[in-house]
Design a protein around this ligand. Sequence first.
Ligand SMILES: *[C@@H]1O[C@H](CO)[C@@H](O)[C@H](O)[C@H]1NC(C)=O
Ligand SMILES: *[C@@H]1O[C@H](CO)[C@@H](O)[C@H](O)[C@H]1NC(C)=O
Length: 294
Amino acid sequence: MLYNSIRTTSLSLLLTSCLLFLGSSVSAQNMTDGTTHRRDECGTHVTEDDIANAELAISRLKLPRQASVREYTFDVHFTIVAANMTERAGWVPNSQIEAQMKMLNERYAGTGVSWRHAGITRVLSRYWHDSIEAGLQQTNDMHSLFRTGKSTTMNVYTVGFTDASLNGYSTLPVNYARNPIEDGVVIFFATLPGGLSLERQGGTLIHEAGHWLGLRHTFQGGCTGVGDGVDDTPPQREEHYGCPIGADTCPGGGPDPIYNFMDYTSEECRTEFTPGQISLMQKSIAAFRSNSNR
Ligand SMILES: *[C@@H]1O[C@H](CO)[C@@H](O)[C@H](O)[C@H]1NC(C)=O
Ligand SMILES: *[C@@H]1O[C@H](CO)[C@@H](O)[C@H](O)[C@H]1NC(C)=O
């Protein structure tokens, strides 16, 4: 019933026939049953400039000292880019998209953020499915043609990626104004709940949506400097995989935040956002994503 409000499912079939056989499939789909196996590499890179610009904008906000958690609802629009109409070629079934929406709302409970399914666009292009990477011409073309909404709509593109270790990347809210067309999240199609990924069953979008709301990796900057910009995630030298209980890679601060959604640990291990992250999300939203007219 939560999803009675799904309005439009626009079916857009874009046939790039002349490019159909240009790129061979390089996604890591070499298992005979179609399931895929890859490390959870996230391609979201946060630069020193991004951090400085975000902190400056946030410092200019007139926020009450005891800021309570405000409620925000963001639209989520999916663009499914498939090589053909089979699941292993990226034709993600609607049931997985609905399960992903449910999981987003469950994992963001308590953060003030909720998500509303706004629609699905389906695109048939083997070339795009196989060749999307941040910054490439075809990636820009994809965004230009299919991005919908304003700063309050999270556009999620599911693709196969060229880089076989990549599970996803996101833009940051601080860069919305400079490049609204690129704004959004691009994920490996197999990572939705019930999908073909052996490691990820929905957690990739939980993580990327965190970046989309202004969070950094818990291991940002390693042991020194401002790190992820929140006080209650102890510094962490580098990303963790699996669930290395007790890992403590930096002096001081306590054990590494392996249970955090913004690490690379396993789906079962990642269960939390901290109050400090919730506060940073809230400030980032107030600074960059609170005005649905922008
Ligand atoms: C895919 O093939 C590579 C190279 O042969 C191999 O190392 C890897 O384990 C295979 N992956 C799967 C999921 O079978
Ligand atoms: C669909 O794409 C998949 C993955 O690239 C491929 O294995 C399969 O043969 C394709 N099916 C058809 C009917 O083209």
